[in-house]
Design a protein around this ligand. Structure first.
Ligand code: NAD
Length: 425
């Protein structure tokens, strides 16, 4: 297997695996990474595909395809979410698994990286169909997951309930309750205080740090957030409470804009009541995705991947881009953002608050001792601020952008462990 050069053909721009590999290659080359280690780290360690039979409510059997990719277990058990979506592909899951390895290493927590996905449309499935699918997916992965092996968590379209079903199914097979097999569980069954909002909280903390670099005050900072799900709504809510002006919210079915700032608590209530952000009275309705290129200081894509591409990157007006989602910017668009001098806080740093608090949850489950919320938030705050400093200082010292700096810091930490352990080849 030879090492390819990091030129990414434009038609592959939105393939997240190619985007991940392109950044990895740039960082590995700058690190002068040993060729053997380069090959080891570039490819996932293990890729599992399962075809799951599920009995639908109408009595018929349907087969769903699911994946679990474990990119690395060098620094500890593999860690990463599970997403349910009609668009899931193996390449996407591979990319997300690799990002988890780098993310855990950037914030220096003792995990490797993994990700899972099931191709399904959860909006068209009943709760009991989702439960049966989740349980069978868990049973198929039984020997590959576990507190010391691979610890799943929620991601797009999965939540605390999904984690409770996984924990229960795994525990039934083990004949004992094993809380540490997943994180992001409900609090009354071993979940951590603060986990639900942790990714959004981390996004807020790194935004605060970025503001300091520009001498900006929260009150005069105009923010646009894409995606009002777990990450986007919690980031928006916490930042709104801290004084930021959230002037735009972009969702898949439409956007909201108010130059004086949107009342985020009222919007959370509206969304809970109606299931959508549309129809909210406290802001003007705008077309979906117009807001990505609207005038603002901070843009937070917190929905999905590939929303900042060669098609719109040159039109972005924000000074600071905080990647709440995984892979929102394509590798080709990175250069355009760099030419525009946009300060990017890359996904593997910006959204690492979730996995950091998942680490706290795993620690608490294994100790059987649960922390106060203030302790969780304080520890999270400390890790996010120090990781931000480490990445941004590294970027300055080595004259690279923040994204490549984050990859370099992470790859260096992972390769150091592999070197010490030695390769069983
Ligand atoms: P979620 O399902 O709770 O929310 C996603 C939101 O984005 C939904 O409201 C959805 O309607 C909206 N959306 C989807 N596609 C859109 C589009 N094209 N344009 C505008 N809006 C769109 O998911 P989440 O957990 O908030 O995750 C969002 C992103 O953050 C994903 O990339 C995920 O991998 C990443 N992430 C999540 C966590 C976590 O703890 N939940 C941690 C790290 C990274």
């Amino acid at each position: 297997m030879s090492i390819e050069t990091p030129t990414l053909p434009i038609e592959q721009e939105t393939n997240p695996w190619m985007a991940q590999a392109a950044r990895f290659d740039i960082a590995a080359r700058k690190l002068n990474l040993d060729e053997g280690l380069w090959k080891v780290l570039r490819y996932p360690n293990r890729e599992i595909t399962v075809h799951i039979p599920v009995q639908l409510d109408n009595g018929k059997l349907e087969i769903f395809t699911g994946y679990r990719v474990q990119h690395s277990i060098a620094r500890g058990p593999a860690k990463g979410g599970i997403r349910y979506s009609p668009d899931v592909t193996l390449d996407e899951v591979r990319a997300l698994a690799s990002w988890m390895t780098w993310k855990c290493a950037v914030v220096n927590i003792p995990f490797g990286g993994a990700k899972g996905g099931v191709i399904c449309d959860p909006k068209k499935m009943s709760r009991s169909e989702l439960e049966r699918m989740t349980r069978r997916y868990t049973a198929e992965l039984f020997e590959f997951i576990g507190p010391e092996k691979d610890v799943p968590a929620p991601d797009m379209n999965t939540n605390e309930q999904t984690m409770a079903w996984i924990m229960d199914t795994y525990s039934m097979h083990m004949r004992q309750t094993v809380t540490a097999v997943v994180t992001g569980k409900p609090e009354n069954m071993g979940g951590s205080k603060g986990r639900r909002e942790a990714t959004g909280r981390g996004v807020w903390v790194v935004t605060d740090e970025a503001l300091k670099r520009f001498n900006l005050q929260r009150e005069s900072t105009r923010v646009i957030v894409q995606g009002f799900g777990n990450v986007g709504s919690n980031a928006a809510r916490l930042m709104h409470s801290a004084g930021y002006k959230i002037i735009g919210i972009d969702e898949y079915d439409g956007g909201l804009y108010n130059k004086n700032g949107i009342d985020i608590n009222a919007l959370v209530e509206h969304r809970a009541k109606t299931g959508s952000v549309t129809g909210f009275k406290g802001a003007e309705a705008v077309g979906a995705h117009e807001l990505l290129i609207a005038d603002c200081d901070v843009l937070i894509p917190a929905a999905t991947e590939n929303v900042i591409t060669t098609r719109n990157a040159d039109k972005i007006k924000a000074r600071i881009l905080i990647e709440g989602a995984n892979g929102p910017t394509t590798a080709v668009a990175d250069d355009i953002l760099a030419d525009k001098n946009i300060f990017v806080v890359p996904d593997i740093l910006a959204n690492a608050g979730g996995v950091t608090t998942s680490y706290f949850e795993w620690v608490q489950d294994r100790q059987g001792y649960f922390w106060q919320e203030s302790v969780v938030n304080q520890q999270l705050d400390h890790i996010m601020r120090s990781s931000f400093d480490a990445v941004v200082s590294y970027a300055q010292q080595h004259s690279v952008n923040n994204r490549i700096a984050a990859y370099m810091v992470a790859i260096d930490r992972v390769q150091a462990v592999i070197r010490q352990r030695g390769i069983y080849a």
